[in-house]
Design a protein around this ligand. Structure first.
Ligand code: HEC
Length: 128
């Protein structure tokens, strides 16, 4: 009886550790690897589209605005804008058309193309 209880507890603890890992670093690293975008190009596109006029973005000169959320740590956040599970496909969807996902959002549609969104997402996924 006691033995069974302890074994069950150990198993539960192990799966909890695994689940926690998957929700934080493991998932973010996997996302960066599977996105396939070019992060260096993404950084240039972020500059060109003026994302820094609304966001503080690490390692981007002049991107210090506080209109939208700070994008530091976006790679490890569970949700994008509180509405989409954070994964590469959803990050691209958000970048391409935020009001199409949440009609109350203050982030405008900046007419970012799909290939560009892929590169931008690749840069965002370096922000652990
Ligand atoms: C006019 C201001 C504005 C511009 C320009 C802008 N954003 Fe946003 N962004 C916002 C706001 C406001 C939010 C919060 C949206 C919400 O929660 O509904 C947001 C949310 C986000 C999020 C989700 C953040 C989180 O913490 O979940 C990402 C990612 C993002 N923006 C990326 C970008 C990128 C990349 C660009 C440039 C292509 C960009 N934004 C341009 C205002 C802006």
């Amino acid at each position: 009886m006691g033995m069974t209880g302890r074994r069950w507890c150990g198993a539960a603890l192990l799966s909890l550790v695994a689940a926690t890992g998957a929700c934080t670093h493991g998932e973010a690293d996997a996302a960066a690897l599977t996105n396939g975008g070019d992060a260096a190009r993404g950084k240039e596109l972020i500059r060109a589209y003026g994302c820094g006029s609304c966001h503080t973005i690490p390692r981007l000169a002049g991107a210090v605005s506080t209109v939208g959320p700070n994008l530091q740590g976006i790679a490890t956040r569970a949700y994008i804008a509180g509405v989409l599970p954070n994964n590469p496909d959803n990050m691209m969807r958000w970048i391409i058309d935020p009001p199409g996902i949440d009609d109350k959002t203050a982030m405008p549609n900046l007419h970012v193309g799909a290939a560009e969104a892929r590169d931008i997402a690749a840069y965002l996924y370096t922000l652990q």
